[in-house]
Design a binder for this molecule. Sequence first.
Ligand code: ADP
Ligand code: MG
Length: 273
Amino acid sequence: MGENNYLMKAINISKFFRYVEVLKNVNFEVGFNEIVGLVGDNGAGKSTLIKILTGVHNADSGELYWKGEKIANHSVPQARDMGIVTVFQDKALVEQHPIWRNIFMGKEITDTIGFINIKKEKEETEKLMKEIMGFTSSTITPDTTLGNMSGGEKQGVAISRALYFDADLIILDEPTTGLSLSETKKVLSFVERIKNTGKACIFITHNLFHVYAVADRIVVMDRGKIVGNFFMGQISLEELEKKMLEITGTGDAEHFGVYSGRKINPGGLNGTR
Ligand SMILES: Nc1ncnc2c1ncn2[C@@H]1O[C@H](COP(=O)(O)OP(=O)(O)O)[C@@H](O)[C@H]1O
Ligand SMILES: [Mg+2]
């Protein structure tokens, strides 16, 4: 498959921190409107990989493509301009501010003489929350202060903000860590909204159960390598769990025939036994 078939594609990415190779010839891609679960143990290299996609780190070797075009000199501002947004837990939002201010922070709607159009910002926020993000709690309005919201809801606000400003790729790095089951469910429902709006998402987690329900595909990382690539609907959670234990237990993905090179086979698991 060519680079054009993907929203973003990383080819043969290597990354060293000092002398330690934390990413080893990583091939990773996200399709248009695809929800990719990126799973693996702590230290596998998940965050480092997304920091390369978002221009925080430079790869030591490899190539990045965005909508079929090779990216030269990637950087944080460039990634942002392309429409790649990372949502971190509790970051980039101001607890003391209401939702509407958080949505428009730094990108205010102004009138002709430069005043912030608060009425319009509140209206847009209300529409966004109701129609796009599906906020269900009737106690939450655009005027609700972030500090009064739960962890899952705050992430919903951050995701809403990204969608409002037309992000094409929303990256969630460990969004469910430390959240209760009901809060986790909220985050998952926001991921479903991302899917419904036609955008793409990379959902990073070390908890397979959290991502299985919403992902189109799950990519497994282990010790700096991509060791598994599974299309949902082709594999049960039980099978996937078993595979993951096998892969991460041995580090020998090829042995299990789970992942072979960078070929993606939409018909099922990569590689054949
Ligand atoms: N800025 C850094 N400097 C040095 N080592 C780092 C840095 N960031 C991450 N690492 C190391 O790279 C490896 C992968 O880390 P990371 O990408 O954060 O893994 P994950 O997100 O899968 O838990 C780990 O061994 C980690 O200690
Ligand atoms: Mg991480």
